[in-house]
Design a protein around this ligand. Structure first.
Ligand code: GLU
Length: 463
């Protein structure tokens, strides 16, 4: 029996306790991520507690946003609480503190100048030095004398943050409070309350603030968007988790790409840096690309499909060619939302249907002929004929093999002209993946067919 209780006492319990007063950005979510990783690392429990006691500023939409983001990040919580639902207990504790002589009701004039007298509850500060060992910063000592008899409730039914947070953490059995270092100055008040209530003081770990790259406070303009923004842009949750963890944390090795399970393995509060946590959006893009590479082929394809419009997916030739263009897409995107942009820019349609372009586009090869006379239909037609001949001889349709066949002719005739002619005929675009890749995707028959269409279009122009 005794051993069982000791085991239970040892169980790590952490919590993420956001106030639903705005969309949380990645800086704030780091608190959630670290609390989650620490609990999972120690086989413990992770709690989500919505601190909604500020009725005016708390909004349902923000609470939903917090829940959606945690679920998208695959950080499941073992228990869920809403601080407002613990109101009877807050009142009971306030009454107990008052009857024990540790707090008192103070009649004070409201600060709004209305002259109204309010009955607020103040904690009787024992005025002493509070010292605690922060799991990240080491020993911290603060003299609480300056705090005076601080306010813990607006009245018996409206507790303030200091009281509610202590009562809830104690009731929910929280053993480790991992939160932003903007709360360091609150911690001595909380410890005094724990002691007054004879509750076990938890371990604190205060995370250094995340800064933007110029070392100023993180803001929306400076990189930190709401987590939902990254979700909607098509970043992978695994990449966001990896990225957020690596802000001010290092496992002591050179490794930078971690899955969630690996993060749980390597995470430890001692490895969290004491300062200088910087949010680097370029690093996030890099990590996202790396996480895209970790997806299985099937997962990758499903992600790609979910970012394409039905209009695109309903093109008759879609099924036939989608698999062939997946590697090119993988190479070109940083996040899946890029696929939407490619489609809007008309950079995907031509893979599945004949490109539509003005015949004059083909002649623009003149631009590539530095200092020479303009390209004419007469110049170009033989180039297309020759390209058809070369393509007919290709045996293996990979970008490398296509290049090996076409390159010598391109060198001889002028790379700019030949590659332009090939690219525009295949894509109808001035810019596209390299023409050898296009040839490998379309294969012999389709490439030749598109070259024939280009020849026909050339004939529409008066030579
Ligand atoms: N609700 C507080 C906040 O959003 C956090 C409280 C805590 O972590 O102790 O800042």
């Amino acid at each position: 029996m005794n051993t069982e209780r000791t085991e239970q006492q040892k169980k790590v319990v952490t919590r993420f306790a956001p106030s639903p007063t705005g969309f949380l950005h990645s800086g704030t979510y780091r608190t959630a991520v670290f609390s989650y990783l620490f609990a999972k690392k120690h086989g413990g429990e992770f709690i989500l507690r919505i601190e909604d006691t500020d009725k005016e500023r708390s909004k349902k939409e923000y609470e939903e946003n917090i829940i959606d983001c945690l679920s998208w990040l695959n950080m499941s919580y073992d228990k869920f609480y809403r601080q407002s639902e613990n109101a009877p207990r807050h009142k009971e504790i306030l009454e107990k503190l008052i009857s024990d002589g540790k707090a008192y009701i103070s009649k004070e004039e409201a600060k709004d100048g209305s002259g109204v007298i309010k009955e607020i509850v103040r904690f009787k500060n024992p005025n002493r030095i509070v010292s605690f060992v922060d799991a990240i910063r080491g020993e911290i000592k603060i003299d609480t004398t300056d705090l005076g008899d601080f306010v813990i409730a607006k009245n018996l039914n409206e507790p303030l943050f200091h009281l509610a947070v202590v009562v809830d953490d104690a009731d929910e059995g929280v053993t480790h409070i991992i939160r932003g270092d903007d709360h360091i100055s609150n911690t001595p008040r909380h410890i005094l309350l724990y002691e007054a209530l004879d509750f076990n003081v938890p371990t604190y770990a205060h995370l250094p603030l995340v800064l933007s790259e110029d070392r100023t406070k993180l803001s929306k303009r400076k990189g930190a968007q709401a987590v939902t923004y990254y979700r909607d842009q098509g970043y992978l949750p695994g990449a966001i988790l990896n990225f957020i963890t690596m802000i001010g944390f290092n496992d002591g090795t050179e490794k930078e790409i971690f899955t969630l399970d690996e993060l749980i393995q390597v995470f430890d509060l001692e490895k969290v840096q004491k300062g200088g946590a910087v949010f680097n959006p370029v690093k996030l893009d890099w990590l996202n690309k790396e996480h895209i590479k970790l997806l299985s082929d099937v997962d990758f394809k499903n992600h790609v499909l979910s970012y394409m419009s039905d209009e695109l997916k309903n093109i008759a030739g879609f099924e036939k060619r989608i698999d062939a263009i997946l590697p090119t897409i993988k190479e070109r995107i940083v996040k899946f939302g890029d696929i939407r942009d490619m489609e809007t820019a008309g950079e995907l349609q031509y893979f599945f249907m004949d490109p539509s372009y003005e015949p004059a586009l083909l002649l623009c090869a003149e631009k590539q002929r530095k200092g020479k006379e303009s390209m004419t239909v007469k110049d170009l037609a033989p180039i297309y004929e020759k390209l058809k001949e070369i393509i007919s001889g290709i045996t293996e349709f990979t970008p490398e093999s296509a290049k090996a066949f076409i390159w010598p002719y391109a060198e001889e005739q002028g790379r700019g002209i030949v590659l332009w002619a090939l690219r525009t005929a295949l894509s109808g675009k001035e810019r596209s993946p390299d023409p050898f890749t296009l040839v490998s995707i379309f294969g012999k028959e389709e490439t030749i067919r598109r070259l024939d269409i280009a020849l026909q279009k050339l004939n529409e122009i008066n030579p």
